[in-house]
Design a binder for this molecule. Sequence first.
Ligand SMILES: Nc1ncnc2c1ncn2[C@@H]1O[C@H](COP(=O)(O)OP(=O)(O)OP(=O)(O)O)[C@@H](O)[C@H]1O
Length: 324
Amino acid sequence: MLTINSLSFSYDKTPILKDINFKVAKGEHISIVGESGCGKSTLLKIIYGLLQPNKGQIFWGDTQVMGPDYNLVPGESYMKYLSQDFDLMPFTTVAENVSQFLSVFYPEELKARTQELLQMIDMLSFADVKVKNLSGGQQQRVALARVLAQKPELLLLDEPFSHIDNFRKNQLRRNLFEYLEKEEISCITATHDHQDVLPYAQKIIVLKDREIMVEAKTEDLYHNPKNIYTAALFGEANLIPISILKSYGETERKIIVYAHEFRISNKSGIPVKVEKCYFMGSHYLVQAKSDEHIIRFHHHESMEVNKELFLNIALETINQRLKP
Ligand SMILES: Nc1ncnc2c1ncn2[C@@H]1O[C@H](COP(=O)(O)OP(=O)(O)OP(=O)(O)O)[C@@H](O)[C@H]1O
């Protein structure tokens, strides 16, 4: 189990992380999410021992993880960090990069394991290609296989699919996270992309203004985002004043409603007028106005600008979001 205790850090005078506390159990996958520059990469670098915290401790089980002030070579053998620069050997082949850390005393096992990992990243046919001749996305896949070859107990992933094309991204995500689950490898993924998070992470930590704003189980957080910052990490979200929902009368409160949660009616609900309509592939994202409020919602077909209609929100959604 990884335990982070009261961790604080700054590069210079400006604090970047303040009083960070959380735990990651064996085999658990947590995601760290938050806007660009909120400190996700910094946190992973501190955990891996590349940066020295100003305050706080990190424990792996009972062992304290010491920072670079105490370790000449950063990193611990049980932990691997896949950074945004891939740390590969450019003049050797894909297979050599992946198998570098496997034992040469068991050549059959070395071959089988290299093949298994290359298959996982869908690069078997590139086994003999030199890494310098690969694209950025291919290099990122090799870097992933290379860290997994080292059998870490804890894997730190920093935007692990950022260079990978959409053709492969989904399959690679599934392969990787299935593999981690099967091998009971704990994992912390720092990402902006909710598709890296929702299907795979058991827990989410939202970073904002140097601190942990929320820590919760993935589904709970998605269904009950406590603020628009959190909801917006998962997709298009609206902050709707209760006062425009007639049946709830006058109140100052606002609720978060995801774009897909609105239902359309010709008769009653929140009156809106369509301003814009964007084709999104599986649906349209419609931007409409109700008095001075902009509302964005999904619809299965295109809508004419200036069309007038009513939007409804299910009572259960309203009641759920009104809960303190
Ligand atoms: N080496 C450095 N020296 C000084 N400041 C830094 C350094 N690296 C990062 N920072 C600052 O620390 C803050 C956090 O950066 P960090 O890279 O951890 O954010 P992030 O959440 O990972 O961002 P992104 O999602 O864009 O990768 C930013 O304000 C950044 O400018």
